[in-house]
Each structure stands twice: as C-alpha cells, then as structure tokens.
Ligand binder design. Structure first.
Ligand SMILES: Nc1ncnc2c1ncn2[C@@H]1O[C@H](COP(=O)(O)OP(=O)(O)OP(=O)(O)O)[C@@H](O)[C@H]1O
Ligand code: SF4
Ligand SMILES: [Mg+2]
Length: 337
C-alpha cells in the first residue's frame, strides 16, 4: 500500500427505524493520507467531517454505521495492513492511542475530572507499553516538556480543572503523541481557544511534527487554519468531497464555488476577519439533498443542469479534483443529458 491510509467509497448510514430506509450522511468519500502528510478536512458545520474521521478510529456507534462497500485500509507500524471497517473491537482498541490518536475541540470532555493529569497520561502508557512507574513518570515529564508546559512536575499532580484551556489542549497533544502514533486526527483542536492561544497551539503542532513521523488529519471549518498547517486539503459539503487539491491550488486556483465562499469567510489567524462574509442559505440536511448538485440552492453560478444531475468529482488539473458542472468536460455533460 502506497499510502498510510486509503479510504474508498466510504458512506455512513443513519438508521431511521425498521420501516424507513436509512439515510446516507456521507457518501462516496475517497481519501488517501500519505506518510508524514498533513491533510486538511474543511467545511461548514454538519458537512460530515467528524463522523468521516470517527470511522477511521472505529468510533461510529448506533444509530450510525459504515455503509456497504466502504473500505478504510491502514498500514500499521510493523508494515502490515488492516481493514478498519471490519476489525474486531479489541483490535481497534489496540490501534487507538497507539497507532492512531485524536485531539478534540473540548479537552475538558476528553479528560476525566476525577484523575490527575499524571494518572491520565499513565493510563495511555500502561495500556500500550511495558514501562514501570518510574519510567512512565520520566516519559510523561519529557512529553510535557516537549509540548512546552511550564512546571511539568506540578502539572502531573494537578487535576484538569486547575489548567487553562490552552494548557489542557497541550496536555491532550502530549497524550495523543506520547506513543508516537502513525496518524493523529485533530478535530477542531483550536476552535474553543482564543486567537492568541490558537496560534500558539498551531505553531506547537507544526513544530512537533518535525520530530515525529506522524501524519495529521486537521479537521476545521477555517481555511486559515488549513493554510497554516496542511499540504493537501479536502473540502466537504453536505456529506461529499466537493474539491480536493494541494493547499496552494485551493487558495490560488480555486475551482468550486463553495470553496470560493469559504475562502471569503476565512478568519485571519491574527484574529480579525478580513471581510465579514457568510455564504447565503444553509447546508441541506441528509435526506434532503435533492437530485442535482447539493450546493445548487446557494450557488451564484447555478445553471439548468445543476438542479437536475449531480456533478461527479473530476480532475480539473493534475491532482486537483472538483465536483461542479462548471468544470466538467463536454463529454461528461453530454453523457448526463
Ligand atoms: N449520532 C448521530 N445521530 C444522528 N445524526 C448524526 C449523528 N452524528 C452526526 N449526525 C449528523 O451527521 C451530519 C454530519 O455530522 P458531523 O458531526 O460529522 O459534522 P461536522 O462537519 O463535523 O460539523 P461540525 O463542524 O459542526 O463539527 C450532521 O448532519 C449531523 O447532524
Ligand atoms: S454544479 Fe452548478 S450549482 Fe453546483 S457548484 Fe457547480 S455551478 Fe454551482
Ligand atoms: Mg465536527
């Protein structure tokens, strides 16, 4: 397998009851995550970013399930490949926190208020390593220093509520990286933080990446964060990828009207909005996507064909994919009519 992770034709079903057909929350998602690659997933709220990445962790639960024909292949550190969608729970547990780890938006919900930071770091180490207590303490202190936490000895005996949001997120990063994972999924890791701290955390993540072999999937609604951290990006809209390209191409050769809208609403990391802009309308909910382009009701370039036929994801330039009739070739348009 050429990539660290290969997702093919992923769909996620929402169970609606015995007599009602399931609804597809996301569908047809193909993603390749390279080794040591920083991959961005961007889109508005509700587009399916988090549930797509939860499937990589094997964390989907009722009423959600992975749809038929979906595949997620992952290459482990020992070189063997696993099909995540069919791994038993016990194997998934071994993978999580060791080969694949996550950082979420709200560190307070990921950490247990009843245990000290030291106890929670040890928990991750105990499950995946054979270190003794003294060794675990050393590894924990070293990791806390790497994420630039002052007075790490004190932090080990502190409880989560003693720490600020920025410090808690550093602890989460420490826990996520302590077993040197192959893949780190960061789901809006800086959204809950104020802008100065946000910039510090992104700088820290960029710095740490240099010393780890970890690939990162950065999930965000903000293309500004993508620009700071990623090389490749997939733009999600209403449960589909609508554009995918290098970050450079997304910013300078934008193809999809939705991406153009997202770019106009970028928050600069300095804190101010360059321009207050929101794309008119709202993301349609699953089950109400219509027959044509899912963005049609919000698009300034909408044409007749857009409301009738769904555009396919096609290559508009080498390595640059876009799902829009504006960029489809004549042959594709004719085939659709
Ligand atoms: N447990 C669930 N039950 C029913 N619907 C769900 C469930 N989890 C997610 N969804 C639906 O799936 C869709 C995608 O959700 P997801 O959380 O992946 O969006 P997102 O792109 O991460 O949004 P945000 O930016 O708000 O985090 C949404 O319409 C959401 O309502
Ligand atoms: S297919 Fe049509 S409606 Fe959809 S984004 Fe392209 S131009 Fe707009
Ligand atoms: Mg989300």
């Amino acid at each position: 397998m050429e990539h660290l992770l290969e997702m093919r034709n992923l769909s996620i079903d929402l169970y609606k009851g015995k007599r009602v057909p399931s609804v597809k929350l996301v569908e047809g998602i193909d993603l390749n995550i390279g080794k040591k690659q920083n991959f961005g997933v961007v889109g508005e709220s509700g587009c399916g970013k988090s549930i797509t990445c939860s499937t990589i962790m094997g964390l989907l639960s009722y009423p959600l399930s992975v749809g038929k024909g979906s595949s997620i292949r992952f290459q482990k550190a020992d070189g063997t490949e696993v099909e995540i969608t069919s791994l038993p729970k016990s194997e998934l547990r071994k993978l999580r926190g060791k080969e694949i780890s996550t950082i979420f938006q709200e560190p307070m919900t990921a950490l247990d208020p009843m245990y000290t930071i030291g106890e929670q770091i040890n928990e991750t180490l105990r499950f995946h390593t054979d270190l003794n207590k003294a060794q675990m303490r050393e590894v924990a202190l070293e990791m806390l220093r790497k994420v630039k936490i002052p007075r790490p000895e004190q932090i080990l005996v502190d409880y989560p509520h003693h720490l600020s949001g920025g410090m808690l997120q550093r602890v989460m990063i420490a826990i996520a990286l302590i077993n040197n994972p192959r893949l780190l999924i960061a789901d809006e890791p800086t959204t809950a933080l104020d802008v100065t701290i946000q910039a510090q955390i992104l700088d820290l993540m960029n710095e740490l990446r240099e010393s780890y072999d970890t690939s990162v999937i950065m999930i965000t609604h903000d293309l500004g964060v993508i620009a700071e951290t990623c090389e490749e990006v997939a733009v999600f809209y209403a449960g589909q990828v609508v554009e995918q390209a290098s970050v450079d191409a997304i910013f300078h050769e934008t193809a999809h009207p939705y991406t153009t809208g997202l770019l106009r609403s970028v928050t600069s990391l300095g804190g101010e909005r360059k321009e207050l802009y929101t794309i008119r309308g709202a993301v349609p909910t699953a089950g109400n996507f219509g027959t044509g382009c899912r963005f049609a009701d919000r698009c300034d370039h909408c044409m007749g064909i857009c409301k009738e036929k769904p555009p396919a994801l096609t290559e508009v330039a080498p390595g640059h994919l876009c799902r829009c009739w504006l960029h489809a070739g004549e042959a594709e348009k004719e085939a659709a009519v």
